[in-house]
Design a protein. Structure first.
Length: 337
């Protein structure tokens, strides 16, 4: 909640929101590029903290990576304006434009910067990076995408996120690989409709906000903290519900947008893609359950001096969110009746 009491941070947060609106409402490529640049230059001051060396390093890495993606995007757009007639060149430039947007989102195979930067940020900054910072590149990608290239990228996203998350003990890196997986689902929703993309983004942001709020309140960054802490059983149940919802298990709200996407892909006879997406989703669900299992089972370190106090108002918010996660799926099935 540091942002609310710091006028500098509030100013940059306002510019961050404003820059996204510039990009998504622009009717020229140049306008989109300007919005992206303002977005980059407003997010860097938000994540850099002079007291913390890791966040300073993360902000520098973030700036350099996204500056390269911006140069790539501007170069591709200028080339496209001069070489409109050449079909082969158009195909190459569409892949170049798509690649620069994928780089900005932290999508595989341009994802190498993403887990590193996530590791150096606070939960609040991570929430912004995993949700708001995805909106502009995703919408620009939906304007102009190469279908075969995007389908290949979706499969790479799914496989890399499933394998990359298996060996992690850091909760922030786990959430980063989870974000890469959800990017794959978002990109498949681009091929269906823009409304579905916005719906998926909204629900994903909702689920990530609960996880980040929970970890922020409990000040947790690594898996071993989950069973060292003397946690309330209600917090554990909330953690279980929200992790399973994020993994896309059927009774929870997280499954609903995935269900729609799977339906559409099967209708379009993309059986192999659906198979890979579901299989990799199972691996991701495995490492979510591993976290929840360790939280529930290994509660042997009951340290009296290590008590966890959470303010009632925040806890009530998390409880209501978790209730929505459970009932959301029941409400969503009513639409199909």
């Amino acid at each position: 909640m540091f942002f609310l009491f710091n006028s500098n941070k509030m100013f940059f947060l306002f510019i961050l929101i404003f820059s996204t609106l510039i990009s998504i409402s622009s009717n020229t490529w140049f306008g989109c590029w300007i919005g992206l640049e303002i977005n980059l230059l407003s997010f860097v001051p938000l994540i850099s903290n002079s007291n913390n060396m890791m966040s300073t390093e993360a902000s520098l890495k973030y700036f350099l990576t996204l500056a390269i993606a911006s140069i790539n995007f501007l170069f591709s757009v200028l080339m496209k304006m001069t070489l409109m007639k050449n079909f082969e060149m158009n195909l190459f430039l569409s892949i170049m434009i798509n690649s620069s947007m994928l780089m900005k989102m932290g999508s595989a195979p341009f994802h190498f910067w993403f887990p590193n930067i996530v590791e150096g940020l606070s939960w609040l900054n991570n929430f912004i990076l995993m949700t708001w910072q995805k909106i502009t590149p995703m919408i620009i990608l939906s304007y102009y995408f190469n279908k075969n290239f995007i389908m290949m990228i979706i499969l790479i996203n799914m496989i890399i996120s499933a394998i990359g998350g298996l060996n992690q003990t850091s909760l922030r890196k786990l959430m980063a690989f989870s974000s890469i997986n959800n990017l794959g689902w978002m990109m498949s929703s681009i091929m269906i409709s823009e409304n579905l993309l916005l719906f998926y983004m909204f629900l994903y942001s909702f689920m990530i906000s609960i996880m980040c709020l929970l970890f922020y309140m409990m000040n947790m960054f690594y898996m071993n903290q989950l069973f060292i802490n003397n946690m309330n059983s209600l917090i554990k149940i909330n953690l279980l519900i929200n992790f399973l919802s994020l993994g896309g298990l059927p009774p929870f709200i997280g499954f609903f947008p995935k269900w729609i996407i799977i339906n559409f892909l099967i209708m379009n006879k993309m059986y192999f893609m659906v198979f890979i997406m579901i299989m990799m989703g199972l691996i991701i669900l495995f490492y979510y359950i591993r976290i929840v299992y360790s939280t529930f089972m290994f509660n042997y370190l009951k340290m009296e001096w290590f008590k966890l106090f959470i303010k009632n108002n925040k806890f009530l918010l998390i409880n209501s969110f978790s209730f929505f996660s459970i009932t959301g799926m029941i409400l969503s099935t009513l639409f199909f009746l």
